[in-house]
Design a protein around this ligand. Sequence first.
Ligand code: FES
Length: 111
Amino acid sequence: MIFLCPLQDLSNHQSKGFSLNEQPIFVIRQNQKVYAYRNRCPHLGIQLEWLPDKFLDIDGDLIQCATHGALFSIDDGYCVSGPCGGQSLQALAVDIREGEVWVETPPAERR
Ligand code: FES
């Protein structure tokens, strides 16, 4: 696991992008819980956000890919709508330790 940031640096019900092990990831905080995913849409393998740190739909209920609008559940990354329906984002394990957010090291990208 790698230290990401203090929990207080993440706004509640907001998403934020990071680079970890040279891989783009993003996290979403929901109260005392944090979800982390690789920033890679299963449709075309590209990053999801439309603006820096903007990974959620307008209601903040689902993760949204900016390119073709695929929607994913926040709690498990499952695609509920869009061209990659039935596939999932790659989840990364998260541990909150004494107010610090630690995230599973994403595997290095094959080149
Ligand atoms: S690239 Fe994400 S929905 Fe097409």
